[in-house]
Write a new protein. Structure first.
Length: 341
């Protein structure tokens, strides 16, 4: 019979950044405190890389750092809101082995979903407020299918050709979000290839691209076909970031033009990437949504989606109103760009 063991302080150095924390393990009812401590130490070594065990590339670095937590649930202050992080160690009841993967896409996905729900709860938000787009760029279909089999249906891709290839191999009920820069000459092939499986283009920042997409949708066999888009907003003002500027009337003018000239497109919301560590970018997108809703589309602001937040900051984004987050490496592990140009 399995029971929850007592919390045991793990004797590892502060340099390893886990000293003084607690780990909760599933141990047999006859296990001793010494046994629990041994398991904790082994787990800590596994995560911080002090053993010679083979590293599992599908375990995100963040989870490797958060091998131990002060309790099963740790709450910390995040800006003006509280977010709750589940910092637990997933372990099986089988004997622990340093040569077996300690995680997988399935457990990583569960880990992210738990963090989403904890943050929604901490901010008094309904459980279905924020949706997860699993960013699977550069990852093989086998890993996507593992997430699919665990219940994930929304996937995000950055490269048109890669998305078209994967869509042919994945089940038809997958909702594909294109989240990378899209050249206007790739719009028609992408729309034609995916058809209704293409749920949304999140990176529309110019009228030229919108018109290309609109024309491509009108060329589909279904005369009533439409395509959802997000307007990408450059909330940081960085030259390296794509999207329409948030600092003048350009955003409102673009939305007006798309509304009037692209009748086969549906503006579902706004999207931003933002500058790393600059949480004000999220607040800026929220303000942009209010203006777009009230001054152009004549709709309630909350009817427009806010796509913001990635692996490193999605909890901050949720606390500030994100309805869609894009998480990749925390689910699928580090990416390999060796075959990308």
């Amino acid at each position: 019979m399995l029971v929850m063991a007592r919390a045991v302080r793990v004797p590892v150095s502060s340099k390893q950044r886990v000293g003084g924390y607690l780990s909760w393990l599933l141990l047999s009812s006859t296990a001793s405190t010494a046994t629990a401590a041994s398991f904790c130490s082994t787990a800590a070594n596994r995560f911080v890389g002090t053993t010679t065990a083979t590293t599992n590339t599908n375990v995100p670095q963040e989870r490797q750092r958060l091998c131990l937590g002060s309790s099963p649930t740790h709450t910390k202050q995040r800006g003006s809101s509280l977010c709750t992080r589940s910092t637990y160690l997933s372990m099986s009841s089988a004997p622990f082995s340093t040569t077996e993967p300690i995680s997988s896409v399935t457990s990583n996905l569960k880990y992210v979903q738990d963090r989403i729900q904890a943050c929604l709860t901490a901010n008094d938000l309904p459980p279905d407020t924020t949706r997860l787009v699993a960013v699977s760029k550069t990852k093989p279909v086998e890993l996507l299918m593992e997430a699919y089999n665990a219940g994930q249906r929304r996937f995000g891709e950055n490269y048109a050709q890669e998305l078209m290839t994967k869509a042919e191999e994945m089940p038809d009920d997958v909702e594909w979000h294109f989240i990378g820069p899209l050249q206007s000459n790739k719009a028609a092939p992408l729309v034609k290839s995916l058809g209704s499986k293409l749920k949304c283009i999140e990176t529309v920042g110019t009228l030229k691209l919108a018109k290309k997409l609109n024309l491509a949708v009108q060329g589909l066999p279904d005369e009533d076909a439409t395509l959802g888009i997000y307007i990408q907003v450059n909330t940081s003002g960085e030259d390296s970031k794509s999207g329409v500027s948030s600092k003048n009337e350009d955003l409102l003018e673009l939305v007006k033009q798309i509304r009037d000239e692209c009748t086969s497109l549906r503006i579902h919301g706004l999207m931003t990437i933002g500058a790393p560590g600059d949480l004000s970018c999220f607040d800026t997108l929220v303000h942009c949504r209010i203006r777009v809703a009230q001054e152009v589309l004549d709709c309630p602001p909350e009817s427009l989606e806010l796509s913001m937040g990635m692996s490193g900051d999605f909890e901050d984004a949720i606390a500030r109103g994100a309805t869609s987050i894009r998480v990749g490496s925390t689910i699928f592990g580090n990416r390999d760009y060796s075959n990308k140009t």
